[in-house]
Design a protein around this ligand. Structure first.
Ligand code: RNT
Ligand code: ZN
Length: 419
């Protein structure tokens, strides 16, 4: 290792020790916090089913070339992104990335065999989602809340199978597989009967969750419901709103997903964790960056991310609340997008772990609010970057110009051949 990086780390270690933080321990903790990468950003949420032109319920903008066209390309791109991130990794799969061309509502774990074997070989975890969108069986943007019973039945079956697939993945990889359920269902204009759609969604969820997990599946799988307050095409009404899912999860022993882009832009999503977590069975984050709306910009080290990771640290939620990324920006190289988001998440997690939280919470207990704010500000000046540089050097992960050159090499030698 570069002697200057090591010397800086040793000095930083002393600074942190004076505040009661053991940086070696922090680096051990860091290894235990996986981040799940959204596979769907690698091809603009298209999937591999070859369904032809069908309406999409996810808005992706941009036309950067070289999107992955099949499983091998997508896995290669993910490997490349992970090689530049110091995190412990999971891959967040969507059912539209099955490689065996079975119908969306007739899939088993074997349709994801290539993914699972690859994850095993590389030591990645896997999370799962049924893709309840971009499919001929969607009707007017609706799936499980559709008024048409045939459409509902189709997607309920997909939801039931999705739980089996998730449990099988978790068992095979020996770690929890989060089965995330997001339904785009909603209406562009003012509904005349909101209640009816909510009743249909409730009934569909009851059918999807009817079969409890077996005792040997339970440690390896969690169902989480992802709400939203509006979407493009569902401006007036989203059936699966946050209120609906929090109520449903609390009363049916399932979990929720908080996508940080799915709230009013001024809402503080970090504040919601301790308000919801105690009452639901599991929580996942879709860390995103919305600009004015759920725009899914690449995650960067901004206040939203910092506040969320600090909250996970301060509330003891690391290891309890699952962290996933969710954004897609097709105006830049998609591998760049992943690398930037992974490194931002990694840095925010590391900074949160390094925070001398006990001091902050102590001043608060004592009512020393001046000290609390003073130290919060002062802690921005701790030598975090020296710990970060050491972490990357220890893992042999490139930074700065070297990282940029590696990404350019990958674009030129690998991605460019896809035209
Ligand atoms: C959409 C949700 C959802 C999707 C993915 C593809 O608003 O955020 O999580 O982005 O499932
Ligand atoms: Zn999401």
């Amino acid at each position: 290792m570069d002697a200057a990086i090591l010397a800086a780390y040793e000095a930083a270690k002393k600074v942190y020790a004076a505040y009661g933080v053991d940086t070696d321990k922090v680096l051990e903790e860091f290894e235990k916090i996986p981040v799940s990468l959204q596979c769907w950003a690698g091809d603009d949420v298209k999937g591999f089913e070859g369904l032809g032109p069908v309406a999409s319920e996810n808005v992706v903008t941009g036309a950067y070339p070289y999107a992955a066209r099949n499983g091998d390309e997508l896995r290669s791109d993910i490997d490349e992104a992970f090689s530049l991130s110091p995190l412990t990794h999971k891959v967040n799969l969507h059912s539209m990335y099955a490689e065996h061309h079975h119908p969306r509502n007739d899939l088993t774990i074997e349709d994801f065999r290539e993914w699972i074997d690859w994850a095993k070989k590389k030591g990645y975890g896997v999370d799962f989602n049924v893709s309840f969108f971009t499919h001929p069986m969607m009707k007017d943007g609706m799936s499980v809340a559709c008024l048409d019973p045939e459409v509902r039945a189709y997607w309920i079956k997909a939801g039931i199978d999705g739980r089996k697939i998730s449990a099988a993945i978790g068992k095979e990889l020996h770690q929890v597989c989060y089965n995330n359920l997001w339904f785009p269902d909603g209406l562009k204009d003012i509904p005349a009967n909101r209640k009816k759609y909510r009743e249909l969604l409730e009934d569909s969820l009851n059918q999807i969750f009817a079969e409890p997990y077996t005792e040997d599946e339970k440690p390896y799988v969690k169902d989480v419901l992802e709400g939203k307050w509006f979407g493009i095409g569902t401006e007036s009404f989203v059936v699966g709103s946050h209120e609906f899912y929090i109520g449903y999860a609390a009363t049916h022993h399932v979990g929720v997903t908080l996508d940080t882009g799915h709230f009013r832009p001024t809402e503080d999503v970090a504040d919601k964790v301790s308000a919801i977590y105690p009452f639901v069975n599991g929580m996942m984050l879709h860390v995103s960056r919305g600009i004015h709306w759920d725009s899914d910009h690449v995650v960067i080290e901004d206040d939203g991310l910092t506040n969320m990771m600090n909250e996970l640290k301060r509330g003891g939620y690391f290891g309890k609340v699952a962290i996933g990324l969710d954004y897609f920006d097709a105006t830049i190289n998609r591998v760049y997008g992943w690398v930037i988001g992974l490194r931002a998440a990694a840095k925010a997690i590391l900074n949160a772990l390094l925070e001398p939280t006990a001091i902050l919470q102590d001043t608060e207990e004592k009512g020393d609010f001046g000290d609390r704010l003073l130290y919060m500000e002062e802690f921005h000046n701790l030598p975090r970057n020296d710990v970060w540089n050491y972490l990357l050097a220890k893992k042999g992960i490139l930074s700065g110009k070297d990282m940029e050159q590696e990404l350019k090499r990958y674009e030129n030698e690998v991605q460019r051949l896809r035209q």
